[in-house]
Design a binder for this molecule. Structure first.
Ligand code: HAM
Length: 421
């Protein structure tokens, strides 16, 4: 017996129905916002991911050499691939570009509930818009997706990493180390690094500022702590709140949180994370923000912002809140009775399917009563029993599986009977 590799999952039909439900709500909403779908390869050259983050990222990747000796990696996210695609092929298109993708991504992580090595993301990016309206638009799509799935217990935390970067008078690499230590709340590393950089005095305000969260008054508190620096960054968040209100995103859907630092190195401005409190340790269902990657890949500077929702976690949250609508049941199951009925039954099956109905047929050659048991087990709404004599008379027996009632109907009214009843 083989097992799936550590940190991966098989998804059965019931799981997939739930996953498609959640995914389709995202796709519908993204399309209604004017986003269009793009797809990029599942693996990329390793350099695409190390270009911004350095070689340290390799231990978090599925990196390998192919038979031609090329250094490759399975994608750990969509953003880098989409920006590569943008810089090489899409950059002359009218801006802004609003792109979404869904699919599997891979990270070499310690697996646990809700944390896998292969997982799935719903991803959206806006490239080349103005910063503020684009940030508001991605936040509205991220929060709106959760509402469209029916989730009630959703809370976004919105920060601005630009403020922290502005407060750190170091070169980008050193900033990254500091930001990582803040993201992980690893204050030992934070202090050691600040000592190395000769700015131990920043430790206290930094620790304090990442603890500040709440409504706009939290922004005042944080601004005071940073003694007037980064006024623009706080003003930006206030303006964002104003726009979100116009989107119908209510104040109870989010809070400001100066502690949102994000684990990825490319963020430069507004950053956010969304939690579903029902999920325990791995409760973060999504995250994103404004970033700068096009420049790293040789493109010109444009505003870039986006997010990814973790599909696996969203489905767990939707399950916990029981918001998933049941998948559409099979409309009918066709039961030919006797050898002579087989061919005609397949013709009828084919015409029902052509009419857009979901219809299955006995592939085993069971007797009628076993077949009715099977129709019941697979959740068919109707069973259509076709005996040789009935067929000759142009008729069929239709059984309503839930009610247990049978009717004799003319074959030429079968579609309406199944569809309408
Ligand atoms: P991220 O925060 O690394 O952002 O991932 C987004 C979401 O993917 C997380 O909030 C979480 O729900 C889910 N996720 C992450 N790791 C795992 C895992 N091991 N197992 C299950 N789910 C997981 C990004 O990936 C950015 N590319 C988002 C972005 C797009 N920023 C700008 N544009």
């Amino acid at each position: 017996m083989f097992e799936p590799p550590r940190g991966t999952n098989d998804w059965g039909p019931e799981d997939m129905a739930k996953r498609r439900f959640v995914e389709s709500r995202f796709v519908q909403l993204a399309e209604s916002f004017g986003f269009r779908e793009v797809a990029t390869p599942t693996f990329e050259s390793l350099e695409l991911f190390t270009a911004k983050s350095g070689l340290a990222i390799v231990r978090e990747l599925y990196a390998f050499k192919d038979q031609g000796g090329r250094d490759l990696a399975l994608r750990p996210e969509f953003t880098a691939s989409i920006l590569r695609f943008y810089v090489s092929e899409l950059r002359s298109r009218p801006k802004p570009l609003k792109l979404y993708s869904t699919g599997n991504v891979f990270r070499y992580e310690e697996p646990q509930k809700g944390r896998y090595r292969e997982f799935f993301q719903l991803n959206a990016e806006i490239l080349g818009g103005a910063a503020l309206p684009s940030d508001a638009e991605v936040l509205a799509l991220a929060i709106g997706t959760m509402r469209a799935i029916g989730l009630k217990e959703v809370r976004a935390r919105i920060g601005n990493i630009g403020i922290l970067r502005g407060f750190l008078p170091f070169k980008p690499d050193d900033q990254s180390v500091i930001l990582h230590s803040l993201d992980k709340r690893n204050f030992e590393v934070l202090d050691a690094e600040l000592v190395r950089l000769g700015r131990k005095d920043l430790s206290k305000p930094l620790r304090k500022v990442i603890g500040i969260s709440g409504d706009t008054s939290a922004l005042d508190e944080a601004a005071e702590l940073l003694s007037g620096a980064a006024r623009d960054g706080f003003e930006y968040l206030r303006d964002l709140a104003g726009l979100l209100e116009s989107y119908g995103v209510s104040r109870s859907d989010y809070e400001f949180d100066m502690g949102v630092v994000r684990g990825l190195d490319y963020y430069t401005g507004m950053v956010f994370e969304v939690d579903s409190p029902n999920l325990g340790a791995e409760k973060q269902v999504g995250g994103g923000g404004a970033y700068s990657l096009a420049e790293v890949f040789g493109g010109e500077r444009v505003a870039q912002t986006g997010f990814a929702l973790g599909l696996d976690r969203l489905v767990m949250a939707a399950d916990a809140e029981r918001t998933i609508e049941p998948a559409r049941a099979l409309d009918a199951y066709v039961i030919p009775i006797g050898e002579g009925a087989q061919k005609r039954a397949v013709e009828i099956l084919t015409s029902l399917r052509a009419a857009g109905l979901g219809v299955d047929i006995d592939l085993v050659g069971r007797g009628p009563s076993k077949n009715l048991d099977y129709a019941n087990a697979i959740g068919a709404r109707y069973a259509i029993l076709l005996g040789e004599r009935e067929l000759k008379a142009g008729r069929a027996t239709v059984r309503d599986m839930a009610r247990g009632e049978q009717r004799d109907v003319a074959l030429d009214t079968l579609v309406e009977t199944i569809r309408g009843a």
